[in-house]
Design a protein around this ligand. Structure first.
Ligand code: ZN
Length: 207
């Protein structure tokens, strides 16, 4: 999805590489937090959510959206107010102490002006995508499979990759697939409806 956070032009690539390094996090915690804040965290906490994010929250409250599956690590759906969100690559809302392994599943620990520390042992806390080198977060992969296997309607918004065995192959044969994407993708041929427009234009018109 096209939220401000994904706008790579704000990012210094060399610093983003360091932000994804647990070695940097452990050996230079202050430096780590500074670059993570500058390149990523400040956009996560200070960007406005998009029309699409907010509309998905409304639709969930009305019982029309049962779940959201995302590969984004920026927690924007959760920060917008969506509840049933499966972050299959984890996010900065899925964290653990690098020393004792205790879990801290709350994105707000990153919004306190310094690197979060474990309440038990004082160790540095690392976000899932950093700790696991952008691996799959199995808890949410399982939730994603459950969500998508029950769905009558699957709306694919702005996605390029298929993630076949991860969740896509779990779509029921009876489900209808609708795609919202300005560009053609591999999903064009499986969708009963392709809306080749930006997600915000489409969701703005839904009441
Ligand atoms: Zn600890």
């Amino acid at each position: 999805m096209a939220a401000g956070i994904k706008d790579m032009q704000h990012m210094n690539i060399a610093e983003v590489v360091q932000m994804m390094s647990e070695t940097v996090l452990k050996t230079m915690p202050n430096h780590y937090y500074k670059i993570a804040w500058k390149n990523f965290l400040q956009y996560m906490f200070e960007s406005n959510t998009t029309i699409t994010h907010r509309k998905l929250v409304e639709l969930e409250k009305k019982g029309k959206v049962q779940g959201i599956i995302t590969t984004n690590i920026d927690c924007m759906h959760t920060l917008a107010g969506s509840r049933a969100v499966a972050e299959i690559q984890g996010s900065f809302g899925v964290n653990q102490c690098v020393r004792c392994g205790k879990s801290y599943n709350n994105v707000q620990i990153w919004n306190k002006g310094k690197l979060p520390r474990c309440g038990d042992c004082g160790g540095a806390i690392s976000a899932f995508p950093v700790h696991h080198h952008v691996g799959l977060y199995q808890d949410d992969v399982i939730r994603a499979r459950l969500m998508i296997s029950k769905a009558e309607l699957v709306i694919i918004i702005g996605a390029q990759g298929c993630y076949g065995n991860v969740y896509y192959n779990y779509i029921s044969q009876y489900a209808k697939i609708v795609q919202v994407n300005p560009k053609p993708t591999q999903f064009d041929k499986v969708s009963i409806l392709n809306i080749h427009q930006e997600a915000d234009e489409v969701f703005e018109s839904i009441s």
